[in-house]
Design a protein around this ligand. Sequence first.
Ligand code: SF4
Length: 457
Amino acid sequence: MALTGMEIFKLLPKTNCRECGLPTCIAFAMSLSAGKIELSACPFISDEDKEKLAQTDAPPVAIVSIGNNKKPLKVGGESVMFRHEKRFNNPTALATLVTDTMDDSQVDAGLQRFCKLRYRRLGINLQADLVAIKNEAADAQKFVGLIEKVKAGSDAKLILMSEDPDVMSMGLQCCAEQKPLIYAATRDNAERMTALSMEHSCPLAVKADGLEELIDISTRLMDAGVKEIVLDSGARTLRQAFADQVHIRRASVHANIKPLGFPTITFPCEMAQNLSMETLIASQFISKYAGIVVLSDLQGESLFPLLLERMELFSDPQEPYMAPEGVYEIGNPDRNAPVLLASAWALTYYNLTLAAETSRTPVFLCIERLEEPDIMCWCHHCLRSTQKGKFNAASTIQFIEKCKLEERVDHKKLVISARNAEFKAELENALPEWEIFVGPGEAALLHGFLPEFANSL
Ligand code: SF4
């Protein structure tokens, strides 16, 4: 079990020397406990205490890496049941399924969607992560051919799915260097799958029939020296699979049951008859507590909401999202489109984007990263948004100049929120070439303002 902040503190030198970059040893202890600093940041801990403290670095749910060393995909590494206790670390990986009984056009279309359905939100790239390649045909060469096709047609990390060790061995011959996840060791083939996992240094999934058997097979793998294990309890009904996910997480986090201290893999693709139901089931497993979710296919309308859910759930609850500073084009604006100035709160960004889209008025959104982001907020949630004395005209001038708006628009009109009306004069003095317009107090009221303002430009 991870040590608490106070338990860590007892093992520190307590000199408050600040070498670690923190003001006190207690601050270091709390940060280490929260996973916000590395143990190596303090050079004065004895080797003996380092060994004791190393367990704080080892989360109850082990980290499993899939893919080669350059940029492996990490799953697991979790240490809490609920996000608000600390944070979730490694986002649930999303996989799409292809089988060697699909015809070429189906596989090609699936791979194209894997490569095409990629999004960028608040500076974060969102996409599916894995392709699960399943052996269903009697011919092992078809499995190998499919692996080659996926390798050539995508940059995906791989899951190889076959319970036949001979077929798996042939599959690994052509992609072991990519460190795929081997799925799966079962009661009957565990020894041979373990040998393949050890020979090729690939992570190994366990497929069991219930939690007891899962613990049994996982223990056998651990005893044989497999370090990276992924768990599948075998349940294929939502009720049972959901319960298993919760039991496995609780057993690892609260009872330190080592054979269950690994990330899980789930198969909504085998639990639903249609895309909507499959997406709903996948959504449940993202929130509780799957390491990998395998989908039968990727479609924008199902993948995008899952990616957004994942992004929100695996963010740090203590650090609200901020949009990267810059100029955002909302709705393909032309040179006469309105220009709005706002701070980088994600909520403000979303509200303004929504207002522009629903009022069908393309705009340029100038998002400035401010020390006090609520100073230029457009959302009614920020009660402090008109605090006086914190507005820094100098930084806003620099930001507007950096935006090079003259390359994008023919006018010099800038819209600020009514909450910032008191800064209008200050801004006009600082930006004499620009005319400052005061818009509504919050983004929700922009629907009426924006079209009219756009027509006046
Ligand atoms: S470097 Fe170590 S001894 Fe110095 S303040 Fe940080 S934790 Fe304490």
